[in-house]
Ligand binder design. Structure first.
Ligand code: SAH
Length: 244
C-alpha cells in the first residue's frame, strides 16, 4: 500500500523540486501533480537536488479525481481554520491516521496551490483536514515546508519500530467508489423528488461531509449502494403497479 503526495495546481516549479526533496528525506516517493504550471522544469530539478528520482517518477494529471481515484483515505491540508465543516487534525494525529489507513489501502495527502490553497471541490473529496499549528495569525507555510512537516510525522508513525496502530478490519472505500456512491445518491434523491431544503443548494455538500467524515469501509459502502438500488427497483415496480 502506498502513501502519495498530491500537489494541486502548483505554481512554482522550484516548489515542486523542494517538495520532492522533502519527501525523499522522509521516505516518501510517490508524487502526483495536478495541472502543474510548469513541469518538468530546470528549477524543479535544481531544487530537488538529489531527489530527481522522485521527480522523474512523478505522475501528472489533468483531473484531481484521477490523482486520488484508488485511495481509501484522502487527507487535505490547509493553513486556514475557516473550514468549519471539518474536524481539524494536527500533524501528529494525521501521522497515526495515515499509518493506520496505509495498512489496508492507498493514502493521499493533498496540498493546495501557493495562491489559493485547496478549493471546495478538492476539499469535498477529503476525509480529514490537517492544519499545521503556527504562532499567531501568520499561518501559511511555504508549500514544501508544509509537505516537510506532514511527511516527517508520517515517517515517525510508520518507520520500523514505531508502534503500529491496529489495522482496520475492512479496507476503506476508495475515492472513486465514493464518487460513484454520491452520483447514485443524488440520482435517487431526484427519482424520489426529495427537495433540497438547505437553502442555497448545499444538500449534496452536506451529504458528502457526513459520509466523508464517517470514512466508509467496503462493507458499509456495499450496504448503502444496496439500499439505493432497492429504493430504485421498488419505485420502478410501484410505478408499474400504478400504471397497470
Ligand atoms: N494562500 C493560501 C496558502 C497556500 S500555501 C491559502 O490561503 O490557503 C500552499 C499549501 O501549503 C496549502 O494549500 C496547504 O496545502 C499547505 N500549507 C501551508 N500552510 C499550512 C499549514 N499551516 N497547515 C497545513 N498546510 C499548510
Amino acid at each position: 500500500m502506498s502513501i502519495r503526495v498530491v500537489l494541486v495546481d502548483p505554481n512554482h516549479p522550484g516548489n515542486i523540486g523542494a517538495v520532492a526533496r522533502a519527501m525523499k528525506n522522509m521516505g516518501l516517493n510517490e508524487l502526483h501533480l495536478v495541472r502543474p504550471k510548469a513541469f518538468p522544469h530546470a528549477e524543479a530539478t535544481a531544487r530537488a537536488s538529489g531527489a530527481d528520482d522522485v521527480l522523474d517518477a512523478a505522475r501528472v494529471h489533468e483531473e484531481f479525481d484521477d490523482a486520488i481515484a484508488d485511495c481509501g483515505f484522502v487527507v487535505g491540508t490547509s493553513a486556514r481554520k475557516r473550514h468549519l465543516s471539518f474536524d481539524l487534525v494536527e500533524p501528529r494525529e494525521c501521522g497515526q491516521l495515515v499509518a493506520e489507513a496505509a495498512q489496508v489501502g492507498n493514502v493521499a495527502i493533498v496540498f493546495g496551490s501557493e495562491k489559493y490553497g485547496l478549493l471546495n471541490v478538492e476539499l469535498s473529496r477529503c476525509q480529514r483536514l490537517v492544519t499545521i499549528p503556527t504562532a499567531g495569525d501568520y499561518a501559511s507555510l511555504n508549500l514544501a515546508m508544509a509537505v516537510q512537516v506532514i511527511a516527517y510525522e508520517i515517517m515517525l508513525a510508520t518507520r520500523a519500530g514505531a508502534p503500529a496502530p491496529p489495522p482496520p478490519d475492512v479496507p476503506f472505500a476508495t475515492a472513486r467508489e465514493m464518487e460513484l456512491f454520491y452520483e447514485h445518491f443524488e440520482r435517487v434523491l431526484e427519482e424520489i423528488d426529495f427537495r433540497d431544503r438547505t437553502g442555497g443548494g448545499h444538500l449534496m455538500a452536506r451529504i458528502r461531509r457526513l459520509f466523508n467524515r464517517a470514512r466508509l469501509d467496503q462493507n458499509e459502502m456495499n450496504i448503502l449502494r444496496g439500499v439505493l438500488t432497492a429504493v430504485q427497483s421498488r419505485r420502478r415496480t410501484a410505478g408499474k403497479t400504478v400504471s397497470s
